[in-house]
Design a protein around this ligand. Structure first.
Ligand SMILES: *Cc1c(COP(=O)(O)O)cnc(C)c1O
Length: 846
């Protein structure tokens, strides 16, 4: 069949033209009054469109459009919103520097709006908020991702509570994406080589306020069916599809930017999925500059940033060598390195033939900047990957952290935003990086805050009943049963929500561990609680699906179906209702497996109090004035014991603290102490967990230094890059001949604080010069075993005299700490263009 295709666009009256532009910019996803314009067009159509502004415009009748075009009140609302949009796009921003060099941000998924379902969960939400925030701040950042033909699966439960999945088809012509064309109006295309065959991809653009996101799509005629399927589903398919997706994202992504005329001066790999981009950047420089692999890598490394997202070993992608060989064998020729060296890029133990190829390792080896996503996750990541830096003390492993954040305008409910806007003023919207604005929480009256929160709880209950009714209908329940949905939940009862992926380590069923104790709380006449669960299990995760079933059965069996609700198909819309309308946000992971988590931050900014294991972000944000901690950050070998202890702690908290505090009402009916916690929580977490804080961190710690490195390295036809590469080559060749011969000091067995101590060392530099190396005295408290220095300080030693290639180094320090002290000497690389001296294998201890 030969089908000619064309796109038909709705015909908008002139006065409504801005609706078209607004619908195609995701700015609207964090500006509720803009969304309202589409709801006002036709509420039924809006619901049918699945809350898609673009689709709504296509579906609304021409008569209705003509009518609205003459409605003064509608037009004035439209003009007001459009005016604000234009002002936003032109307004001053936090970043005011050059836009010539950009940071390219790579992620497998983006969660920005329900109308663009190319996300599955936390990682996508984070990339979505990253894009929105970079727009607010005016950062020179573009996003790269894939456009999936199918959205992530929709979850529904059969009558027995067992999870089933459906995969919705996306219709891009009715989504906020636009295909990029070349000068002649033909689709812009790039290609990648996949095991000897060529896969072609077209490029779609998504406008996110001022910023742009580009999505690659292989579902085009030129491709054979298997290649068309590369972008068919997010995290669908087998390992082979997965490696093809990652080649497309990393390598194709760089090529797409080139095709668009954008120079990715710095790159940010959000998760290891995008790590192949490092190889493509190296290849480009080799071709253009005739550099060898090592030289080109010295340009890429200081301009590459990697964020790791999971401490769960299985969450770190690994490919069998056979698969890597199939797709990357030709790359050894392109890159001019041996096959073993190539595989070594993805291995912890470079020459271990049995080790698979790990994307996290590749990313760590190709990026000077690496981070975990909370303080605790930074620590855990340093332990997890320390093998890559043999002999380097743990605290110096170059993986730091930037704690995740959430975009307040997206996640604070519209009712609460109205209230905050009134008290915080226009500044809150116009200068989102001014985080001190949250201090104004103290000015908000208790009554108003509580009324706003209660309104959100009512909205949540109404939303839940509506969903339950729909689901019962779908499962063919009788009318009497459907009517019962009206009894589900109460808008006046203390509401606990648990919404997250149903993976066993998150323990969605922890609260069910002692049924009698839970039932007492649920059935309490005066001070009851109610629970709302939501979340998807991975389609292959049977234990995860069992957890969901267990909850459903528990509610049925004990006849508490009005107090325990499982809401199907957790997505952004539901996330909004839950994180704004619950009273307590529950989280029970096995520490330290939750890297950060962001839903609890969304809750906090809405005044919903967290009750959580001290894991991820909560480990650093918790204090008794903003919420509750289950346990004190213990870690367990025995998981049964852990469940026992931690479920008890959770019941105790509920019985002794949370329930009494919530129901302790004054004569005016207000829970004053609870409201006080809400305010402190909003103030502190609004301040510390805003995505604007997160992006200021990324910018100051990584983006700006990386862009600066780029400008420096490429200046004068890559002069500095060449010198750095030559230095690194010399260093690798000479490193083994470095010797620390004699370390001497004038220390006495007992000394006093304030005494000075001189240490000298004789060092053979071989072919190196003193300016090539950093010689350090490493000193501090000696551990009980006497073989380790803790709380170490480092002081650079200076060369004094020279005898042949033997140098006398010396340093004088003041004894500052008391107790058992000690020192040793070590050598590290030193070059002014080096981002940090911690290169794999290049450290020498006395
Ligand atoms: C915020 C959000 C997440 C991520 O939250 P976690 O705390 O990491 O579980 C996942 N899914 C949806 C729909 C969200 O809104």
């Amino acid at each position: 069949m030969n089908i000619s295709t064309y796109t038909i666009k709705p015909k908008l009256p002139n006065s409504l033209k801005p609706l078209e532009e607004l619908a195609r910019n995701l700015w609207l996803s964090w500006n509720f009054d803009a969304v309202q314009l589409y709801i006002r067009l036709d509420y039924d159509v809006w619901l049918q469109s699945q809350q898609s502004p673009v689709r709504t415009l296509g579906m609304v009748s021409q008569e209705r459009l003509a009518e609205v075009a003459k409605d003064d009140s509608y037009l004035s609302a439209l003009n007001e919103v459009y005016g604000r949009f234009l002002k936003y796009k032109k307004g001053e921003t936090w970043y005011r520097g050059s836009r010539k060099d950009v940071v390219a941000y790579f992620s497998m998924e983006y969660g920005m709006d329900v109308s663009l379902p190319i996300y599955s969960g936390g990682l996508g939400m984070l990339s979505g908020d990253h894009m929105k925030t970079s727009s607010d701040m005016g950062l020179p950042l573009v996003g790269i991702g894939l456009l999936y033909r199918q959205g992530y699966f929709k979850q529904y439960l059969n009558a027995d509570g067992f999870q089933q999945e459906t995969y919705p088809e996306n219709d891009w012509y009715n989504m906020p994406v636009e295909r990029k064309n070349d000068k002649n109006g033909n689709p812009l295309k790039i290609s990648v080589d996949l095991a000897g065959r060529v896969a072609v991809a077209q490029i779609w653009e998504v406008k996110v306020g001022r910023s742009f996101l580009y999505l690659l799509d292989t579902n085009i005629e030129e491709n054979a069916q298997d290649f068309r399927n590369i972008t068919s589903a997010l995290y669908g398919g087998d390992k082979e599809t997965r490696i093809q997706q990652e080649i497309l994202l990393g390598i194709g992504g760089i090529r797409a930017l080139r095709a668009l005329g954008i120079n990715p001066a710095a790159t940010h790999m959000n998760e290891g999925h995008a790590a192949f981009l490092g190889l493509e950047r190296v290849r480009e420089i080799m071709v253009e500059k005739h550099f060898n692999f090592d030289e080109a890598r010295e340009v890429v490394w200081p301009t590459n940033i990697f964020t790791t997202h999971t401490p769960v070993p299985a969450g770190n992608e690994r490919f069998d060598i056979g698969l890597i060989e199939k797709y990357f064998r030709p790359w050894t020729q392109t890159l001019g390195i041996s096959w073993k060296d190539f595989l070594g890029l993805g291995r912890e133990r470079v020459y271990d033939d049995h080790e698979p190829f790990c994307m996290t390792v590749l990313a760590l080896k190709m990026a000077a900047y690496a981070n975990g996503v909370s303080k605790l996750h930074g620590e855990v990541s340093r332990i997890m990957w320390k093998g890559l830096w043999p002999n380097l003390p743990l605290e110096e492993i170059p993986i730091s952290h930037v704690t995740n954040g959430v975009h307040p305008r997206t996640w604070v409910s519209n009712n609460m935003t109205d209230l905050l806007d009134r008290y915080f003023g226009t500044h809150f919207n116009d200068e989102p990086t001014d985080l001190a604005i949250w201090d104004r929480m103290d000015r908000i009256s208790d009554e108003e805050l509580w009324r706003t929160h209660e309104r959100r709880r009512e909205r949540l209950v109404a939303f839940a009943r509506d969903r339950i009714r729909q689901n019962l209908k779908r499962n063919g329940a009788v009318e009497r049963r459907i009517q019962k949905a009206e009894d589900a939940l109460s808008p006046y009862v203390l509401t606990l929500a648990f919404a997250r992926r149903f993976a066993t380590y998150k323990r969605g069923n922890l609260l069910l561990r002692d049924p009698d104790r839970l039932l007492r709380l649920l059935r309490d006449k005066d001070r009851p609680i109610q629970l709302i669960f939501a979340g998807k299990a991975h389609p292959m995760d049977m234990p995860g699906k069992e957890l969901i079933k267990e909850i459903i059965h528990f509610a049925e069996h004990h006849d508490v179906e009005s107090r325990i609700i499982f809401l199907e198909n957790y997505d952004m819309t539901m996330g909004h209702y839950l994180t704004a309308g619950a009273d307590v946000w529950l989280n029970t992971p096995r520490r330290p497996l939750e890297a950060s988590g962001t839903s609890g931050m969304k809750a906090s900014m809405n005044g919903v109090l967290n009750c959580s294991i001290l894991d991820g972000w909560w480990d650093e944000a918790y204090n008794p004035e903003v919420g509750w901690a289950i346990g004190r950050g213990e870690e367990y070998e025995d998981t049964k014991l852990q469940d026992e202890v931690e479920s008890k702690a959770l019941y105790d908290l509920l019985e002794r603290e949370i329930i009494p505090l919530f129901y302790q009402r004054g004569r005016d009916g207000l829970p004053r102490e609870w409201i006080k916690m809400m305010k402190t929580c909003m103030k502190e977490i609004g301040h510390s967990m805003s995505s604007h804080r997160m992006l200021m961190d990324y910018s100051n710690k990584f983006y700006f230094p990386a862009l600066k490195n780029y400008r420096r390295l490429v200046k004068d036809d890559y002069t500095e890059a060449k010198s750095l590469a030559a230095y690194m080559t010399k260093l690798h060749q000479s490193w083994d001949s470095l010797k620390i011969n004699k370390v001497e000091s004038n220390s006495k067995p007992v000394m006093q604080r304030g005494d000075s101590l001189t240490v000298s060392a004789t060092i053979e530099l071989g072919a190196l010069k003193p300016e090539d190396v950093l010689v350090e005295l490493y000193h501090g408290t000696v551990s009980n075993q006497g073989n380790d220095i803790t709380n170490a300080r480092r002081t650079e030693m200076k060369p004094l005299g020279q005898q042949g290639n033997s140098y006398q180094y010396q340093v004088r320090i003041e004894c500052a700490d008391t107790g058992q002290q000690g020192h040793t000497v070590r050598i590290l690389p030193k070059h002014e263009a080096l981002v940090h001296p911690y290169r794999t294998g290049l450290i020498k201890w006395a």
